[in-house]
Write a protein that binds this ligand. Structure first.
Ligand SMILES: Nc1ncnc2c1ncn2[C@@H]1O[C@H](COP(=O)(O)OP(=O)(O)OP(=O)(O)O)[C@@H](O)[C@H]1O
Ligand code: SF4
Length: 271
C-alpha cells in the first residue's frame, strides 16, 4: 500500500501549536487543487485536529474489503483523510493509551488504510519526539520516497526544538525535505502590511547552519486562520497572499524533487 505512494511527507515540529496541522492541511489542499491525488494521515492520537481543520468532524471511517476506507473531502476522491478523530464518538473524548496501544494503532494506520494510488501522502504528527514518531520513523525509514518537512516559528525556543527534530531525523535515517517558518510576522487585515512581532529569519538561519533547504515563511494572517474549520485551500480563497504563494512554490519544489524524496541527504552532523 505505502509502496504505491509516489511521495510521503512527514510534517514534524519540535513544539506544539506552531502550525504543523495548518501546514499539513494547506499543503494537502494545495496539492489537490493543483491536480494531484493526495492522502492526509493524522497520527496525533491525543490531539487530532485534521478532521476539525477540514470540516470533516461529523464523518466516520469504515472497514472495506481492502482495509479502512479514508474519508474523502471531495466527490472526485482526490483528497482522502484518515485520523483517530474519525474513530472517537466526540471531539472532546480523550485518548488515554499507553505506548504499546499507540504503537499498534499507528501501525494499523500505516498498513491498513486503503488509499488507492496516491501522488502524495502527508503525515501530520504530534509535536516532539514521542512514541508515535518512533513508530512511524521505524516503519518509514526504509521507504525511499519518504522525507520530512519541519515546521517552526521564529522564536528562539521553537528553533531550538526544531534543531532536536533535525538530529532525530538524522538518527532515524529520514531525509529532510526542508524547513518552513510559520507565524513569521503579522499581516494587517486592513492594508496587508507585514510586521515582525517576534524576531524573524531564525528558521532560515537554522536551515543554513544545518544545511537543510529553507522552504519559505508564512506570516500570521487572520484570513488564513479563518480558513481553519472550512476545509478550503488558501490558494483558491486567497490566491494573492504570501501564504498561498509559499504553498504553490512548495508544490512546485515537490514536483521537481526526485520521486525518492531525497532533496537533502547530508544534513550537518555537528548540530
Ligand atoms: N500562519 C497562520 N496565520 C494565522 N493563524 C494560524 C497560522 N498558522 C496557524 N494558525 C492558527 O494557529 C492555531 C494552531 O495551529 P495548528 O493547529 O496548525 O498548530 P499545531 O502545531 O498543529 O498544533 P498541535 O501542537 O496542537 O498539533 C490554529 O488555530 C491555526 O488556525
Ligand atoms: S498596518 Fe497599516 S492599516 Fe494595519 S493597523 Fe497598521 S497602520 Fe493600520
Amino acid at each position: 500500500m505505502l509502496e504505491d505512494v509516489k511521495q510521503i511527507l512527514l510534517v514534524l515540529s519540535g513544539k506544539g501549536g506552531v502550525g504543523k496541522s495548518t501546514v499539513s492541511t494547506q499543503l494537502a489542499l494545495t496539492l489537490k487543487v493543483r491536480g494531484y491525488k493526495v492522502g492526509l494521515l493524522d497520527i496525533d492520537l491525543c490531539g487530532p485536529s485534521v478532521p476539525y481543520l477540514l470540516n470533516l468532524e461529523s464523518q466516520s471511517v469504515h472497514q472495506g474489503p481492502d482495509g479502512w476506507v479514508p474519508v474523502y473531502l471531495d466527490n472526485e476522491q482526490r483528497l482522502g483523510v484518515m485520523s483517530i478523530g474519525f474513530l472517537l464518538s466526540s471531539r472532546n473524548d480523550a485518548v488515554v493509551w499507553r505506548g504499546p496501544k499507540k504503537t499498534s494503532m499507528i501501525k494499523q494506520f500505516l498498513e491498513d488504510v486503503y488509499w488507492q494510488d496516491l501522488d502524495y501522502l502527508i503525515i501530520d504528527t504530534p509535536p516532539g519526539t514521542s512514541d508515535e514518531h518512533i513508530t512511524v520513523m521505524e516503519n518509514l525509514r526504509h521507504v525511499p520516497q519518504c522525507s520530512a518537512i519541519l515546521v517552526t516559528t521564529p522564536q528562539a525556543v521553537a528553533i531550538e526544538d526544531v534543531r532536536k527534530e533535525i538530529t532525530f531525523c538524522k538518527k532515524t535515517g529520514i531525509s529532510i525535505f526542508g524547513i518552513i517558518e510559520n507565524m513569521s510576522g503579522y499581516v494587517c487585515p486592513e492594508c496587508s502590511e507585514c510586521t515582525n512581532i517576534f524576531s524573524s529569519g531564525g528558521g532560515k538561519s537554522l536551515s543554513e547552519i544545518a544545511r537543510v533547504p529553507f522552504l519559505g515563511s508564512i506570516p500570521i494572517d487572520p484570513r488564513v486562520g479563518m480558513l481553519a474549520g472550512q476545509g478550503k485551500a488558501a490558494v483558491s480563497e486567497l490566491p494573492n497572499c504570501t501564504t498561498s504563494k509559499m504553498f504553490d512554490e512548495l508544490v512546485r519544489k515537490l514536483s521537481k524533487s526526485p520521486t525518492n524524496g531525497n532533496s537533502e541527504t547530508s544534513a550537518n552532523e555537528d548540530l
